[in-house]
Ligand binder design. Structure first.
Ligand code: FES
Length: 143
């Protein structure tokens, strides 16, 4: 009996509601995918920086943040390391003190190369391969 009362207007209302809910759900999934791709690591993305834009990297021992989560440290005339500053314990941002890293959340420490020196973190900081181009004064970071 109820089916008989399910008229065209009800059908359209139900259809629009279904489409609206589906669209919102798909949008949420797309946003999640976009966010995941931005924070995903090891994706083969290369970032090339002009060292002239980072004066602190002009001398050995200098460091600079590249983007929000990557620190680059000049360890030699043509040697650089790039590390993700996300603590491997519970993902707080670690702080660089000029020789190593300390996590403000639970006290994990890492040496200057990102190796864990004190827990609770068990894994080293994520590091990225770098390639220095002296002729162009640029650094390629494989993220
Ligand atoms: S999040 Fe860094 S020690 Fe816990």
């Amino acid at each position: 009996m109820e089916k008989a009362n399910f008229n065209r207007r009800d059908f359209l209302k139900t259809s629009f509601k279904t489409i609206a809910v589906g669209t919102v759900a798909l949008s949420a999934l797309d946003i999640k995918k976009i966010l995941a791709s931005e924070i995903q690591e090891g994706t083969g993305i290369q970032k090339v920086i002009n060292l002239a834009d980072y004066p602190d990297l002009g001398s050995v021992g200098g460091s600079a943040m590249i983007g929000g989560k990557t620190i680059v440290i000049r360890t030699g005339g043509s040697k650089f390391i790039a590390l993700n500053i996300t603590c491997t314990h519970k993902k707080c941002d670690v702080e660089y003190n000029g020789s190593g890293f300390e996590c403000p959340c639970h006290g994990s420490t890492y040496d200057g190369s990102g190796k864990v020196t004190n827990g609770p973190a068990k894994k080293n900081l994520k590091s990225y391969k770098t390639t220095y181009n002296e002729a162009e004064n640029s650094l390629t970071i494989n993220m």
